[in-house]
Design a protein around this ligand. Structure first.
Ligand SMILES: [Zn+2]
Length: 649
C-alpha cells in the first residue's frame, strides 16, 4: 500500500481538497443510504459499510482540519475551513439517523467478535449522545445547537489569533534576554522596541527580562488576549452546551462530556482536582517562599515592605529561572549552545527509531504544502507502515503552538496513516523546552502511525479517551531529559557533547517549580469545570475564584487569561482541561515500567509499543495501562515525582 500523495501545484491542491473533503462526504452519504435503505442480512456487510462511513467522515475532517490551519494559501485555508464545518455537520446528522440506529440495534452483539462488539457499542453510544432517541423537535434543536457551537468555537479561536498585542519598551527593558532575541527586536525610528504577545516573543521575555514593570506589562497584555471579544462568545457557548446536555438528560455539560472519558463524571473531576492540588499546594508554598526570598534581594531599599515582598504571577517564570541558574547553576542560555535545531531533529528521529524498532526514511521528492516541510516514510522491519511530515519553523501566517495532526487515519488494508508535526521552533539554537515539545508531539505522531493499523476506523491512532491521549507524549518527554539520550545529539558548534554534569544539574533544576506547575495545571482544570457548571454572567469572577482555590499565586489584576484558552472552545476539552493533569499521572505511571538507568532498553520499549501504542483506540485507557504494567494504574509514581528529592524522575 502506498501513502496518499499530496499535490504539487495550486490547481492540484484545489482538486485534492475537493477529493478529500467533498467527495468523501458524498461517499459517507451514499453508504449511509445503502445501510438504511438496502439493509443486508449479513452483519459483516453492514459493519463494513459503517466502517466506510466512519472512515470517509474522518478523511474529510482530518484533511479539512489540518489544511485550514497549515496551508500557506489563504483561499485554500478558507475552503478547508468550510469543509471542516460541513464534515462536522454531516457527522452530527449521521449520528441522529434513526434508520441507521434501528439497523444497529437489531444486530445480535453476542455473535460478534469482541472488537466488533466494542466498536458497535461505542457507536450506539455516540448515536444516543447525538440525540437519536429524542423526538424530532428535540433532535432538530440539538442539531442547531451543535452547529451554533461549532461557529462559536471558531469565533473564539479567531478572536485570540486576531488579537496579538504589541508592547512598546525601551531597549534597556530587554536587559536579561539572549543576544539573538535582542537582535531580532531592534529599536524603531522612535528609539523604542516592540515586543508582542505571540508565544516566541512573550515567553522568553517573561522568563528572562530583568525589568519587573516591563514583565508585568507584557504578562498583563498576554493574559488579556481575546478579551473582551471572547466574553460574549464564551458565555453563549457555555449556555448552549448546558442546554445540549440537559436535552440529553445530563445535569451539566461536564457530566455529559466526562461520560466518554476515563474520569466518568463531573463530580469525579472535582474530586480529582482537589486531590492533585492537595499534594501540589504544600510543595508550591515552599517554592513560593524560595522565590520571594530571592526576589527581596533585587528590590530597592525604601519600598514599602508589603508591596516589596509580594510575588506576582509575572515574577514566577523569571525568578524560577534565577533560582535554577543560581542554586543549580543551570543557565538556559548556556544549555542552548548544545541544541542546534537540525541536530536535535536528527537525534529525535534516531532515538525514537532505535527505541521502537522503526526506520524513518526521508522522502525528499514528496510534494508538501510548503518547501520548509520535510517528509519521512516509516518502515517496520523493512515494511512501509506510514508517512509523516515535519513542519517546524515559523513563517508569515503560520501560528503553531505545537500540535500533531493526522492527515489520514490508518486502517488495516485500506489506507496508511499519515501525520504532521506542526510547531514553531527557531531554525538555529533551541531552548531545552523546545526539545521537550518536539519529543512530546512526536509521541502523538508515533501513536497515530503505530495505532493506524486497526480494523475499525473509529479506533485508529490517537483515538483513546481524551484524558488518556496525552499520556504517551507526556511520557516520551522524559527521553528529552535523559543523560544518554541528550548526549547522543546535543553537541556544540565544535562538536563537543553537552557535559554529563550539566545534564545532571538540569535535572535537579527541573525539579524546582514542580509544585507551582502542577497547581497551575490543576487550577486550569478547575476553571474549565467551574465555567461549565456555573455558566456565570461574570466569567472573570468565576474563573478567578476557581483559579485561586488551587493556585496560591493570584492572577494579575484586570487580566482574563481564560479568554485566550483555546481548550475551552474545543469540545474535546471544554470542561475537561483536568485531562492534562490526569494523563500526566498516567505518564509517570507508565514511565515506571521502563528501566530508569537505561531508558533505551529494548524489552520494555517493545512491550510498550505493542501494548500501548499499537492498539490505538481499540482498547480502553485503563486496559492499555494494565496490559503494559501488569497492574491497575496508580498515582504513586506521580506523588513520588512531585514530593520526592530533586532530580528524581
Ligand atoms: Zn499533546
Amino acid at each position: 500500500m502506498a501513502p496518499l500523495e499530496l499535490p504539487e501545484t495550486q490547481q492540484d491542491w484545489v482538486r485534492f481538497l475537493s477529493a478529500r473533503c467533498d467527495d468523501q462526504l458524498t461517499v459517507a452519504r451514499e453508504r449511509v443510504e445503502l445501510i438504511a435503505s438496502q439493509p443486508d442480512a449479513r452483519v459483516e456487510v453492514t459493519l463494513a459499510r459503517w466502517n466506510a462511513v466512519t472512515l470517509a467522515l474522518l478523511n474529510a475532517t482530518s484533511a479539512a482540519t489540518f489544511f485550514s490551519q497549515a496551508h500557506p494559501d489563504e483561499a485554500l485555508r478558507t475552503k478547508a475551513e468550510r469543509a471542516e464545518q460541513e464534515a462536522a455537520s454531516l457527522s452530527d446528522e449521521v449520528r441522529q439517523d434513526r434508520r441507521l440506529y434501528a439497523v444497529f440495534a437489531a444486530i445480535d452483539t453476542d455473535a460478534l467478535d469482541p472488537q466488533a462488539a466494542r466498536m458497535l457499542a461505542l457507536t450506539m453510544r455516540e448515536f444516543r449522545r447525538a440525540g437519536v432517541e429524542l423526538d424530532e423537535q428535540a433532535r432538530q434543536r440539538l442539531h442547531q445547537l451543535v452547529e451554533r457551537c461549532t461557529t462559536l468555537a471558531r469565533q473564539f479561536q479567531s478572536n485570540i489569533t486576531d488579537d496579538i498585542r504589541s508592547i512598546s519598551l525601551t531597549p534597556e527593558q530587554l536587559d536579561g534576554l539572549a543576544d539573538d532575541y535582542i537582535a531580532a527586536h531592534p529599536p524603531g525610528a522612535d528609539g523604542r522596541v516592540v515586543v508582542t504577545t505571540s508565544f516566541p516573543d512573550a515567553i522568553p521575555f517573561l522568563r528572562f527580562a530583568r525589568d519587573t514593570a516591563a514583565r508585568r506589562e507584557v504578562a498583563t497584555q498576554f493574559n488579556c488576549q481575546g478579551w473582551p471579544a471572547n466574553d460574549p462568545v464564551l458565555h453563549e457557548l457555555l449556555g448552549l452546551r448546558r442546554e445540549r446536555a440537559r436535552l440529553l438528560g445530563y445535569d451539566s455539560w461536564a457530566d455529559y462530556d466526562a461520560e466518554i472519558k476515563m474520569v466518568g463524571s463531573g463530580a469525579a473531576i472535582r474530586e480529582f482536582i482537589d486531590r492533585v492540588s492537595s499534594v501540589a499546594v504544600p510543595v508550591a508554598h515552599r517554592e513560593i517562599e524560595a522565590l520571594e526570598r530571592r526576589m527581596r534581594h533585587d528590590q530597592p531599599h525604601g519600598v514599602d515592605a508589603a508591596a516589596r515582598d509580594k510575588l506576582h504571577a509575572s515574577d514566577l517564570g523569571y525568578y524560577t529561572e534565577v533560582i535554577r541558574r543560581e542554586r543549580y547553576d543551570v543557565d538556559a542560555q548556556e544549555v542552548r549552545r548544545y541544541l542546534d535545531c537540525s541536530k536535535v531533529v536528527t537525534g529525535l528521529l534516531d532515538v525514537t527509531g532505535r527505541l521502537f524498532g522503526l526506520e524513518f526514511v526521508e522522502v525528499p521528492t514528496a510534494p508538501t504544502w510548503h518547501p520548509d516541510v520535510d517528509t519521512y516514510d516509516v518502515l517496520d522491519a523493512g515494511v512501509l507502515i506510514g508517512r509523516f511530515h515535519l513542519d517546524l519553523h515559523p513563517r508569515p501566517g503560520k501560528y503553531a503552538l505545537g500540535q500533531h495532526f493526522a492527515i489520514t487515519r490508518g486502517v488495516d488494508n485500506v489506507q496508511l496513516p499519515q501525520s504532521a508535526l506542526f510547531i514553531d521552533v527557531p531554525r538555529g539554537l533551541l531552548e531545552h523546552e523546545d526539545v521537550v515539545a518536539l519529543f512530546h508531539e512526536f509521541g502523538h505522531l508515533l501513536n497515530s502511525v503505530l495505532g493506524g493499523h486497526v480494523t475499525w476506523a473509529r479506533d485508529s491512532g490517537v483515538a483513546t479517551e481524551r484524558d488518556f491521549v496525552e499520556a504517551p507524549s507526556q511520557m516520551l518527554e522524559e527521553w528529552a531529559h535523559d543523560h544518554g539520550v541528550l548526549r547522543s545529539f546535543a553537541t556544540d558548534g565544535d562538536g563537543y557533547p553537552i557535559p554529563a554534569e550539566l545534564i545532571a544539574r538540569m535535572r535537579a533544576a527541573d525539579s524546582f517549580g514542580r509544585g507551582l506547575f502542577v497547581a497551575d495545571l490543576a487550577a486550569f482544570g478547575a476553571v474549565s469545570l467551574a465555567l461549565h457548571e456555573e455558566v456565570p454572567d461574570d466569567l472573570t469572577a468565576c474563573a478567578n475564584a476557581a483559579f485561586a482555590r488551587h493556585m496560591p499565586v493570584p492572577q494579575l489584576p484586570d487580566t482574563h487569561a481564560y479568554a485566550a484558552w483555546e481548550h475551552l472552545a474545543d469540545e474535546r476539552y471544554g470542561s475537561g482541561c483536568y485531562a492534562y493533569s490526569w494523563s500526566h499521572i498516567i505518564a509517570k505511571d507508565l514511565l515506571s515500567g521502563f528501566d530508569p538507568v537505561d531508558l533505551m532498553a529494548p524489552e520494555p520499549a517493545r512491550r510498550y509499543r505493542d501494548q500501548v501504542l499499537t492498539p490505538g483506540g481499540s482498547r480502553d485507557g485503563a486496559d492499555l495501562i494494565e496490559a503494559f504494567l501488569g497492574r491497575a494504574s496508580s498515582t504513586a509514581a506521580f506523588d513520588r515525582w512531585l514530593t520526592g528529592p530533586s532530580g528524581q524522575q
